[in-house]
Design a protein. Structure first.
Length: 741
């Protein structure tokens, strides 16, 4: 861990300062002068303030012993504290100093505290302590009998990522330390952080062996225990054991013997368990070998469960060209009522020096089952490849499958591991999702309505495109679908989204925000045949015609019903050569004309066979809290004009609308002659009720009044025409007498 390396640097720096102080004590016994000299040297060379509180306690033979009280070191060019310790005891052997060897009997540090900071510019607040001096002295070999740290604390703050990690209650005890050494190690500490959430206790016990010049490091009898909260898991209990673990970074050589990792914990909804068993693995510069490595991961929850087994066998090659002949994955998973079972087979190629891994080709089969699928199960053959470069923190691959009538290909990439980012490109020739997950009956939908859970979007960073040649989902059919998708910070954006459907085209965008379950939709349909679209999408046979529909709405909620009731926005419809289904106004007017003297409103249920034709229809809507309000309906036909206003309650599935129909210039046919008496008369028609049981109520009383008025106007016009005819006849007779003809 980088933090442990930083700890080593800080402790090494402080030990070096203390060792330098010990050497100065050979020449002088004036403790106060020594403290002042140390403070001056640190100030002049590092521009930091070293404050040593209390007296120096000294001893000289057989070793030089130094005991200090509270000691503080400031930040560079600042009085702000960088590191401090409550007490320190160092004992240095005298004779080895004559041969430029620093032999320390023991170092005891109590209450060590330090704050490490990486600024937004990427620089650390201890870079100056690690800088080499202009004139380097001859290398001094060191030998320390042991180091003991108690009650330590290290804070690491990364201003670049806005993360803070705290190592508290640090207690460390080591055996011999030197340029090359071996000994026992015991470490205990508490790690806490907010982003990501960590609150875990760590205990480490091991035997170490290292050689700094040869750059070789090894642990044996390693036992690491971690308990608490980390990696999104609560109640985490993890144990890592190893008989031997040896690493040579210069040549990328690694040796593992009897490595066993076992971890279990819980998320908010699931229990997680992981086991890794690596009996032996050796990867040297010229040869690699090993026994079977087994990895088992389990997840168990009320809504989902999974068990994945990975076995690696046939290790051969070298560290630069490591090959694992058999890479076998077995998966058994369930999500709700959907179950997936199957596996993959592949070979693995790796280069430990470049930290790159590749599955040149993998293949396998997965069986997907669901009780709602007509065939109950479907088999998915899978082929593809995958690559990972851990040095560059990136990965990529491709995958393909074919089942039934569908062929699916996808490319994916991970440009960075932390934070995880994903890219993808999916191409599907055709797929009928209703064949595998058919739409539920309305009654079942109402009974089975479940809250949405968009929490998976939080923390997801993904972008890519999806192309589908032909698609059917929830009865809606479309082709040439193109979607550009971007997910980040809990938000999913699909923009643009385009498709061909119902003899027209769709263009628009969609945005989904997991923070509050917010949805925004903007769609423009051009040249669409509206009747089959409405039948397939909402199972309603209300309107015929072809034209344009635009919708721009937003909503929020955790169920379909809540989202319908929360709709806000606008919509506009412009159709040509269509019909309003459920009522034939011309036919109704003719029937009413015969019984108009009854002067009673007529209430009629909608009929699937009746319709009122129009040559064009336009309407716009303002949508507020799930209710679409319209004031400008306009429809035209050779016989009728239709206007109206009212509300369509989308949330409740009801309508309350007042249409005003009037007869205009009539045609010469029989139908036109029968409606001649109604020319100029406006008849209110109220459409009300649930969508699946609409009723039409016609205001007959108003029709009687309008008819009487129309008859009176017609009578007056008729009399006026008679008078004008008589006057014209008399005028002609007078003219005849005048000219004698």
């Amino acid at each position: 861990m980088k933090i442990l390396k930083y700890v080593a640097f800080i402790l090494g720096g402080m030990v070096a300062l203390l060792a330098a102080g010990a050497i100065l004590l050979i020449a002088t016994f004036d403790a106060n002068r020594v403290k002042g000299e140390l403070t001056r040297v640190v100030k002049e060379t590092k521009n930091r303030t070293l404050a040593i509180e209390g007296d120096l306690a000294l001893s000289f033979w057989p070793g030089i012993g130094v005991r200090l009280g509270r000691t503080r070191l400031s930040e560079r060019e600042s009085d702000k504290e960088f590191a401090a310790l409550e007490g320190v005891r160092v004992s240095v052997a005298v004779m080895p100093l004559l041969s430029k060897q620093l032999v320390v009997d023991a170092i005891q540090l109590d209450g060590v505290k330090a704050t490490l900071i990486r600024g937004k510019d990427g620089k650390f607040n201890f870079d100056d302590l690690l800088a080499k001096e202009k004139q380097e002295s001859e290398t001094v070999k060191f030998d320390i009998a042991g180091v003991k740290i108690s009650n330590g604390q290290l804070v690491f703050r990364d201003e670049k990522t806005d993360q803070t990690f705290t190592l508290g209650n640090v207690n460390l005890a080591t055996g011999r330390l030197g340029n090359a050494a071996q000994g026992p190690l015991a470490l205990a500490l508490q790690v806490t952080a907010e982003k990501p959430k960590i609150d875990a206790a760590i205990k480490v016990a091991a035997e170490y062996r290292y050689d700094l010049e040869q750059k070789q490091y090894a642990f044996s009898a390693l036992d690491v225990k971690l308990t608490g909260e980390a990696a999104g898991l609560q109640g985490l209990d993890a144990v890592l054991g190893a008989g031997r673990l040896e690493l040579k970074p210069e040549t990328s050589e690694i040796e593992l013997d009897k490595v066993l990792l076992a971890a279990k914990g819980k998320t908010e909804t699931d229990a997680v368990e992981i086991k890794v068993d690596a009996p032996r693995l050796t990867a040297k510069a010229d040869k690699a070998s090993g026994e079977a490595i087994a990895i088992v991961a389990k997840l168990a929850g009320t809504q989902r469960s999974a068990e994945a087994k990975l076995n690696l066998t046939g290790v051969e090659g070298s560290a630069a060209a490591l090959r694992i002949a058999n890479f076998k994955l077995e998966l058994d998973a369930r999500q709700g009522e959907t179950a997936v079972r199957g596996g993959l087979d592949a070979s693995l190629a790796a280069n430990l020096s470049t930290q790159s891994f590749e599955l040149p080709k993998f293949s396998g089969d997965f069986n997907v089952t669901h009780p709602q699928m007509p065939m109950k199960s479907v088999k998915l053959p899978v082929t593809g490849s995958a690559r990972a470069d851990f040095a560059k923190s990136s990965a990529s691959g491709d995958i393909a499958t074919r089942f039934d009538e569908s062929s699916i290909r996808a490319k994916w990439g991970v440009p960075k591991f932390s934070p995880l980012a994903l890219t993808f490109d999916v191409d599907v020739d055709r797929i009928n999702l209703d064949k595998y997950f058919p739409p539920q009956p309305k009654a079942s939908q109402a009974a089975a309505e479940k809250p949405f859970d968009f929490s998976a979007l939080k923390g997801l960073d993904a972008s890519g495109s999806v192309k589908i040649g032909s698609l059917q989902v929830q009865n809606v059919k479309a082709s040439n679908i193109k979607l550009d998708i971007r997910a980040a910070k809990g938000r999913l954006d699909v923009n643009p989204m385009a498709a061909h459907l119902y003899q027209g085209t769709l263009a628009g965008s969609m945005a989904l925000n997991a923070n509050g379950n917010q949805l925004a939709l903007k769609q423009n349909l051009s040249g669409v045949n509206i009747n089959p679209l409405m039948k397939d999408a909402i199972d309603k046979d209300l309107v015929e015609g072809r034209g344009n529909v635009s919708v721009e709405v937003s909503t929020a909620g955790n169920t379909v019903s809540a989202m319908k009731k929360g709709l806000n926005g606008s919509a506009r419809v412009a159709l040509k050569d269509g019909a309003l289904k459920g009522i034939n106004l011309a036919k109704t007017f003719r029937e009413l004309k015969a019984q108009v003297n009854m002067k009673q409103d007529a209430l009629r249920q909608a009929s699937q066979t009746d319709k009122t034709d129009f040559s064009e229809l336009t309407a716009s809507f303002r949508i507020n809290k799930g209710v679409a309000h319209n004031t400008d309906l306009a429809a035209k036909s050779p016989l009728l004009r239709l206007a109206g206003e009212g509300d369509i309650d989308i949330g409740e599935g009801r309508m309350n609308y007042l249409a005003k129909a009037s007869v205009v210039a009539t045609s010469a046919g029989q139908e036109g002659k029968e409606l001649a008496q109604l020319k100029g008369v406006t008849v209110p028609v109220r459409v009300a009720g649930p969508f699946d049981k609409l009723s039409y109520q016609i205001d007959v009383a108003n029709l009687v009044t309008d008819l009487a008025k129309a008859k009176l106007e017609a009578k007056v016009q008729e009399q006026q025409q008679v008078l004008e005819k008589k006057a014209q006849d008399k005028l002609q007779e007078s003219l005849k007498g005048l000219f004698g003809k």
